[in-house]
Design a protein around this ligand. Structure first.
Ligand SMILES: [Zn+2]
Ligand SMILES: [Zn+2]
Length: 203
């Protein structure tokens, strides 16, 4: 009976294992979610009675920005920019691991080592402000083969490692953000080429 054959086909399709795919929500829905954050501060008035002060500030959201060679990068953005960024190919979850990157407290975080789909990056911690400075190059980046025979292979540019790159970034960070401490730590002076950058980064 042809009818029964058709039923059989439908059944076999529905029992197939489908990998869980993160549901894409429409940008209208995501944009509508963005709102200002209201916090209520409770203090005591002069007579000891409780006083409530309400603070409002624009909300932020962690979004995932497409990069050319390093997958998607988590960034904190203003809630008001969410619609525009969705239009530019950003996601509200990481397409690499198909989920949001949550820290140990379950809060959305920009820590690049939270992506389960990627190798963790080398990281150094600023001794002054505890900012985490991540290695900006993933190991696979040096291995691109363009297939172009005119490209000269020169290993001298490939000698940086996670340790040397993060050291250079941390030194730069300390010079830019904590110049007094940089001097006290006897950090090597910045190369002349980077000195203009210090002024740029400051602004
Ligand atoms: Zn991820
Ligand atoms: Zn610092």
């Amino acid at each position: 009976m042809p009818d029964r054959d058709r039923d059989g086909q439908v059944a076999s399709i529905t029992t197939q294992e489908v990998p869980p795919v993160r549901r894409h929500r429409s940008s209208e829905v995501i944009v509508a979610e963005q709102k200002t954050v209201t916090t209520v501060e409770e203090t005591e008035g002069e007579d000891g009675s409780p006083v409530k002060t309400t603070h409002t500030r624009p909300g932020t959201k962690v979004m995932y920005k497409p990069t050319e060679h390093q997958g998607y990068q988590a960034k904190t953005v203003a809630g008001s920019a969410v619609g525009m960024l969705l239009g530019q190919g950003w996601f509200e979850f990481c397409p690499d691991c198909n989920s949001e990157h949550l820290n140990k407290d379950g809060v959305a975080s920009t820590d690049p080592n939270l992506c389960s789909a990627r190798e963790p990056l080398a990281v150094r911690v600023c001794p002054v402000c505890q900012k985490r400075i991540y290695d900006n190059v993933r190991s696979a980046e040096g291995e691109q083969d363009t297939g172009d025979v005119n490209v000269i292979a020169d290993d001298s540019y490939a000698k940086s490692t996670g340790a040397t790159r993060t050291r250079a970034s941390l030194d730069l960070h300390i010079w830019v953000r904590h110049p007094r401490q940089a001097q006290q730590m006897n950090l090597a002076p910045l190369p002349v080429a980077l000195r203009d950058m210090v002024e740029e980064v400051k602004t």
